[in-house]
Design a protein around this ligand. Structure first.
Ligand code: FAD
Length: 456
């Protein structure tokens, strides 16, 4: 027997749940939407759906396997940070979550400087002297805490922590309801399941979606760095080394965060050496001269002269990267890096969002930004479906979400993959090609703007 909207008390979220009573006596709860996975993407989705006025009547449940990590305002910076683009920052502002981040801490990036270890070619995006911000560096835990605070203000969203899903029963040909079982035996049902459960998504596996993936045979080594000089730290630096890129992201005038992609063997070595040896290896990676081919040197020099003659080459202020003094004790860690893309983002009663649908190399700092883009698009799409009088799991609307996001994500992912392949070799013709490409990009403002626009 189904009793819909039995209790409508506005004050009790529990009573707002629609209950399903089964003859065997178990009670399972029904929601319009269940979000599986309360990481940065799942929690931002819960918040976005909760604040979407078109979805006010829809009941949402967020299930997260881990405990709620409250923000304890720690003095030490976390070694896990993300660079979020202006569109993601706007999403946070619109949700009201940015004020929590502003109250605590974040670092604006005004310029991104990228250079090749095997040639003199470099490119800058943005301008350290201007007021314009190209990205924002925020700790993952702070971002999540800001979203968690805002979710508390959404009357139609319930959150369950320590709630690990062990089984998904997706609707078959005739059915319309999704069944969800937790590891403690609790059961829930919903009209629409949103899989935000990360790279190894069980939702994606239950969909039996085609998933293209590979490992980069690289690890991302992270750490919190103390800089030698206290300075206006508003430039993000990235140097492409033969083993992978090393990036320094500003945190404060004295601290930066490291993302160093390198071979698994080198990553293991970097984690096992003393902190002093680690700092020495890092400064070498940032500063040392690599022997470059004479052909590359001559060709890039001629091309630079050519660009100057054409008046395209701008003499910009020559910024130099910081030197690292030490690292925060015990801040080193490493994460495996890989690529993944699901050819289906949607199915009957289900959609994938964030890393569950796509995974990229961190070299362009785009992974979670793509996920936040999915969140904004999906919330609009579901709002439209309900506003037009359709059901929240209407496949034709879900297809629009899939189409819009794949159109954007595949182009961005192809660009990141292209960059990875281009810089993952020291073959002279490729080094030459990429160096000329970097010089041309530096000279052509419209090209730079197009790149920034796709990444925003
Ligand atoms: C070194 C490194 C640096 C990066 N830097 C950047 C950057 O600068 N900018 C950027 O945009 N991106 C960056 N990324 C990528 C970014 O970290 C990811 O894209 C992002 O964390 C994905 O978020 P998500 O919420 O989709 O997935 P996740 O963070 O993996 O969250 C998934 C959540 O689902 C929960 N879950 C899983 N299974 C279940 C289950 N069965 N039941 C209940 N809950 C479940 C998990 O507990 C988890 O909380 C970086 C990645 C790495 C490795």
């Amino acid at each position: 027997m189904l009793i819909k909207n039995l209790f409508k008390s506005k004050n009790s979220k529990l009573l707002q749940v629609t209950f399903r009573f089964y003859s065997k006596g178990t009670v399972s709860k029904h929601y319009d939407v269940v979000i599986a996975g309360g990481g940065m993407v799942g929690t931002s989705l819960a918040c976005t759906l909760g604040k979407n006025t078109k979805l006010r009547e829809k009941r949402v449940l967020l299930l997260e396997a881990c405990p709620n990590k409250a923000w304890g305002n720690p003095e030490k910076y976390s070694n896990r940070v993300v660079s979020i683009n202006p569109s993601s920052q706007k999403l946070f502002s619109d949700l009201g979550a940015w004020k929590f981040i502003e109250k605590h801490r974040f670092a604006p990036v005004k310029q991104l400087q990228v250079w090749d270890a095997l040639s003199d070619a470099s490119v800058t995006f943005g301008n350290a002297e201007s007021q314009e911000i190209v990205s924002y560096i925020v700790e993952n835990d702070l971002l999540l805490a800001a979203l968690t605070e805002e979710v508390k203000n959404c009357d139609n969203v319930n959150v369950l922590y320590n709630a690990k899903v062990t089984k998904y029963g997706l609707p078959d040909y005739e059915g319309n309801i999704v069944n969800i079982t937790l590891d403690n035996g609790d059961e829930y049902t919903c009209d629409l399941l949103l899989g935000c459960d990360g790279v190894n998504s069980s939702v994606r596996k239950s969909m039996q979606a085609d998933y293209v993936s590979w490992s980069y045979n690289q690890m991302g080594v992270v750490a919190t760095l103390k800089l030698k000089e206290c300075m206006k730290n508003e430039i993000a630096w990235q140097r492409f080394l033969p083993n992978g890129p090393v990036a320094l992201l500003p945190l404060t005038d004295e601290l930066s965060s490291l993302v160093w992609s390198t071979s698994p063997e080198e990553a293991r070595r970097l984690l096992s050496v003393t902190e002093e040896e680690f700092v020495e290896a890092l400064n070498k990676a940032i500063w040392s001269k690599y022997s470059s081919s004479i052909i590359v040197q001559q060709a890039t020099s001629i091309f630079d002269t050519f660009l100057r003659v054409l008046n395209c080459s701008k003499s910009e202020k020559n910024n130099v990267p910081p030197t690292v003094k030490s690292i925060e004790p015990n801040s080193r860690a490493a994460f495996p890096l890989g690529f993944g893309h699901s050819s289906q983002y949607i199915g009957k009663g289900v959609a994938l969002v964030g890393d569950a649908a796509h995974r990229v190399h961190p070299l362009a700092g785009q992974g979670v930004n793509l996920g936040f883009g999915d969140v904004a698009c999906l919330s609009n799409t579901l709002g439209e479906a309900v506003y037009d009088g359709s059901t929240i799991n209407d496949l034709s609307y879900l297809r629009n979400y899939e189409k819009d996001r794949q159109r954007h994500n595949i182009v961005t992912m192809a660009g990141i993959e292209g960059l990875h392949r281009l810089y993952n070799t020291d073959l002279t013709p490729i080094v030459l090609l990429r160096s000329l490409g970097l010089q041309a990009t530096q000279a052509l403002e419209p090209l730079k703007r197009a790149i920034v626009s796709q990444a925003s």
